[in-house]
Write a protein that binds this ligand. Structure first.
Ligand SMILES: Nc1nc2c(c(=O)[nH]1)N[C@H]1C(S)=C(S)[C@@H](COP(=O)(O)O)O[C@H]1N2
Ligand SMILES: [Mo]
Length: 321
């Protein structure tokens, strides 16, 4: 593993990784030291080129939708593609090489739960049916770093329409791949795999909710969540799950990956708000990836006009954690 000295602005990994996980990991390491567990579970294979597989390459670039541009400067491509959060490949930010082991061809997406008729669809067939466009979005991680990138992809609403949910469906639950052999982190049994996230139907149908399949005018790199990941830019980054294999419509609120790990720190709603601090750090400002600059964080990450309506009727819930 690459151990890099962390600059002063960066929140130490020990501060952002929930205590619970730390405690469990220590217990695991102690056990492993006694037995030979570590030898039985070989850890990641590094290497391989940082290049996406080709099947969907001919689709990009796609036309930019001018409704979704922000006044911030675009993040350098290299920064966005080499500083990543993807626990399936490691609980640190330098996973881009390890993620090249992810097999994305073929890739099948399951659509099930409260829908007219559950079905499976290959990524290429899905892309044929979806209206692809480019959108420049901000991204704000709960750890207080941020980026501004051009995603290519399609509105989540188009996928919801394709799925034909029943009127009783209240939530959309989404899952990342979870087969142990697909990524080394999945063998770290103390995490509640597979990575699960969820939105209300109103959120899933909001104009801003986007499925990204491309980045910087080409297929989305594996480390950023190939071949399809969510982008809900008014929420903290952990809501935007990567490498999705399943969309399930349900009337029960899903319990998400981070909510299971640290329910006091990571909630279901996770809307960005500079005035509501994380229990262990302030959310007032954010560091721009690829630079040393810190800027003020904005309510709903600057997307209030798009999403504030969703929450006006919701009382007594922690909308900002
Ligand atoms: N499956 C999965 N999705 C994930 C994560 C993860 O660990 N696993 N990390 C989340 C977090 S915390 C952030 S900030 C973003 C990071 O996306 P990026 O690497 O493209 O910047 O991915 C989100 N999606
Ligand atoms: Mo994050």
């Amino acid at each position: 593993m690459l151990i890099k000295k962390k600059p002063g602005w960066e929140i130490p990994e020990s501060a952002v990784t929930p205590e619970l996980v730390y405690a469990d990991r220590r217990r695991f390491i102690q056990t492993a030291a006694v037995g030979s567990l570590l030898a039985a579970a070989p850890f990641p294979v590094w290497g391989k080129e940082n290049t996406p597989e080709a099947p969907s390459a001919h689709r990009y670039p796609v036309e930019r939708n001018p409704k979704y541009t922000v006044e911030r400067e675009m993040t350098a491509q290299k920064a966005a593609e080499t500083y990543n959060n993807f626990y399936e490949f490691g609980s640190h930010k330098e996973i881009s090489k390890a993620a090249q082991e992810l097999k994305i061809d073929p890739w099948t997406v399951t659509i099930d739960g409260m829908v007219e008729k559950p079905f499976q669809i290959g990524i290429d067939e899905l892309l044929d049916k979806m209206p692809l466009e480019e959108r420049v979005y901000r991204h704000r991680c709960v750890e207080a770093w941020a980026m501004t990138v051009p995603w290519s992809g399609f509105p989540l609403r188009s996928l919801v329409d394709l799925a034909k949910p029943m009127s009783g469906a209240k939530y959309l639950q989404m899952q990342t791949f979870g087969e142990k052999g697909m990524a080394p982190g999945l063998r770290q049994f103390w995490y509640p795999w597979p990575y699960t996230e969820g939105l209300t139907m109103a959120e899933a149908r909001n104009d801003l909710a986007f499925i990204a399949t491309g980045l910087y005018g080409k297929p989305i790199p594996k480390q950023n969540g190939a071949p399809l990941r969510l982008a809900v830019p008014w929420k903290y980054g952990f809501k935007s799950l990567k490498s999705i294999v399943r969309f399930t419509f349900t009337d029960k609120r899903p319990v998400t990956f981070w909510e299971k790990i640290g329910p006091k720190e990571y909630g279901f709603w996770a809307n960005v708000n500079p005035d509501v601090k994380h229990p262990r750090w302030s959310q007032a400002t954010e560091r721009l990836l690829g630079s040393e600059e810190r800027v003020p964080t904005r309510i709903y990450n600057g997307y209030e006009e798009f999403v504030a309506d969703i929450y006006t009727g919701i009382k007594g819930q922690k909308l900002f954690m």
